[in-house]
Structure formats: structure tokens, C-alpha cells
Design a protein around this ligand. Structure first.
Ligand code: SAM
Length: 278
């Protein structure tokens, strides 16, 4: 089978995916061990029998809903190639807003060596992005899941990032010291949310997605504890659901944070809320 014929077949087979063409290209490039540009450059090249069989098996899994990132084992975040698996969330583009905002707050409020804590680090996406932008910063990422800790550690090591410690902890329980900045993209989906039965999230662990109190329990818990782990003038930033901006601002107010603000994502939805401990 030729490359162009394989792509036409896969796109037709993935008719229920709203990203059929892209999915097919990413999976075929993965099978061939090439960049997607190779597919456009050499459409007439033939797949070997082994490549054809591997591609067909991946397309079948995609038809059954498996996320492309789980099939390739990789997802790019902040231009960093990250390994992913089913121990934690596949990093989402909207989470780059959390990184951008943390960098902006650090640039305007902190001097010298900044210390940053990432709660619920998962693949390490957020803390590795911050650490590569701020090579002098002292960074710590924690996750409750042993497998996620292992994954984040592998990502750190394969990217050669040397200013991040990764540790297993139930939120702050294993954390010592104080930080200038605490970032978190915690579980924030209501357990009854119908979106949990759709798309990629069906293949991601509920422990990475769901929190009680309409998704706000972990944000509340972290907000209540955070001041013991922030320096005076320190900043706490959360990613949250698009309908949770007001509730998260109220939680931060209840815990005496100041200069509280919500920032929108690229689709103009409330996505990140922050406050300062003064
Ligand atoms: C929404 S995912 C975010 C992953 C990653 N930071 C990202 O933005 O792609 C939430 C993460 O919080 C972790 N988590 C859930 N409960 C936790 C707890 N009690 N203590 C520490 N981490 C926890 C999950 O294992 C998961 O990796």
C-alpha cells in the first residue's frame, strides 16, 4: 500500500473523529519513524507489510477512541516532547496559559533565584516548561501517583532538565520549605460531568480529572494549605474549568489572598486564577 492510499483509507475509516486527517498523518508518521512532512514529500512510497499491519492496528484502536497520544506515547507541550501514558492527564494546549501567566507574574514580581512548586505535576508538563524557561529557578513537581512521578522523572531526564526535583506526595504532605510561586492544574471536573464519557478523557485516570464539591475540593484544599508553603508576597496560580472562575476567586478571597485575577484561555474562557499572599 502507498502512503497516499494509506492516508485516504485511514481518513475514511476514522470518519467519526473530528481530526481524522491529522490523526491519520500523526499515526502513519509514527509507524514510519518520520516527521509528517515526509508523507507529503513521498506520497508514492510503499509501506512494508509490517508497517501496513502496524498502521491498521493503530487506526483500529483510534476508531475505538484511544487517544492518539497514548498510541504514539508522546505529546508536545510548550515545544517539549513529553512521554505520556495512562497514569495521568495528556497535557492540553490550554495549560500553556498557566505557564505563560506564571512566567509573567515571575517576571514582574520576583527577582533573583525563584522557587516554584507544581502540585499534581503529571507528565511534568508545567514544571518542565517553567524550568526550561527559567534555568536558574529552583523547581519542584509533586504527584500522588507513583506512576506519574516515574513518568515526570523520565521526561525530566530525557529532556536534560537539571533544576527540577520530582517527588511523590499527597498535595503538600511531603513538601518542605517555602516557595515564591505555587502552580497547580489539579483535578477539577465534577464527578457527574457528562464529558467524562466522551473523547480522550475516557482513557485518562479519574484521579487526574475529578474532584468533589463540583470539582472544587482540591482547589479549596490547596488554597487552605498554600500559605504555609508560600513566602510573603508569594503567588498561587490554578488552572480550572471555564465555569469556575468566580468560585475560585471566592475560594482565594476566603483564604485572604489578594490581587486576585482570572485570565482567559485562547478560546476566551476563564482558565487560570491567581492570588498573592501578602
Ligand atoms: C489535571 S492532572 C494535571 C497534570 C499536569 N500538571 C498537566 O497539567 O498536564 C492532575 C494531576 O494531579 C494529580 N493528583 C491528584 N490528586 C493528587 C493529590 N492528592 N496529591 C498530588 N497529586 C494529585 C494526578 O495524579 C494528576 O497527575
Amino acid at each position: 500500500m502507498r502512503i497516499d492510499d494509506a492516508l485516504v483509507w485511514a481518513e475514511y475509516t476514522l470518519v467519526n473523529s473530528d481530526s481524522a486527517r491529522l490523526d491519520a498523518q500523526v499515526l502513519l508518521a509514527f509507524v514510519l519513524g518520520k516527521e509528517t512532512i515526509y508523507l507529503m514529500t513521498w506520497p508514492e512510497r510503499d509501506l512494508s507489510e509490517q508497517q501496513k499491519a502496524q498502521f491498521e492496528a493503530l487506526i483500529e484502536k483510534r476508531v475505538n477512541g484511544h487517544p492518539v497520544a497514548h498510541l504514539t506515547g508522546e505529546r508536545e507541550f510548550w515545544s517539549l516532547p513529553l512521554k505520556v501514558n495512562n497514569s495521568t492527564l495528556i497535557p492540553r494546549p490550554d495549560t500553556e496559559v498557566l505557564v505563560e501567566q506564571a512566567l509573567s507574574e515571575i517576571q514582574s514580581h520576583f527577582t533573583g533565584q525563584t522557587s516554584i512548586l507544581d502540585l499534581g505535576t503529571g507528565t511534568g508538563a508545567v514544571i518542565l516548561a517553567l524550568a526550561t524557561e527559567l534555568p536558574m529557578a529552583k523547581c519542584v513537581g509533586v504527584d500522588y501517583s507513583h506512576d506519574a512521578v516515574q513518568l515526570a522523572t523520565e521526561n525530566r531526564d530525557s529532556l536534560g532538565v537539571n533544576n527540577v526535583s520530582i517527588l511523590q506526595s499527597n498535595w503538600f504532605e511531603g513538601v518542605t520549605g517555602k516557595f515564591d510561586v505555587i502552580v497547580s492544574n489539579p483535578p477539577y471536573i465534577d464527578p457527574t460531568d457528562k464529558h467524562l464519557k466522551q473523547g480522550d478523557v475516557r482513557f485518562e485516570p479519574l484521579s487526574a480529572l475529578v474532584a468533589n464539591e463540583h470539582g472544587l475540593a482540591d482547589i479549596r484544599h490547596i488554597s487552605e494549605q498554600a500559605k504555609q508553603y508560600l513566602v510573603e508576597g508569594g503567588c498561587l496560580l490554578f488552572e480550572h474549568g471555564s465555569d469556575q472562575g468566580l468560585a475560585v476567586r471566592e475560594i482565594l478571597q476566603d483564604n485572604a489572598f489578594v490581587d486576585i485575577r482570572t485570565i482567559k484561555d485562547y478560546s476566551q474562557n476563564d482558565r487560570v486564577t491567581l492570588g498573592y499572599f501578602k
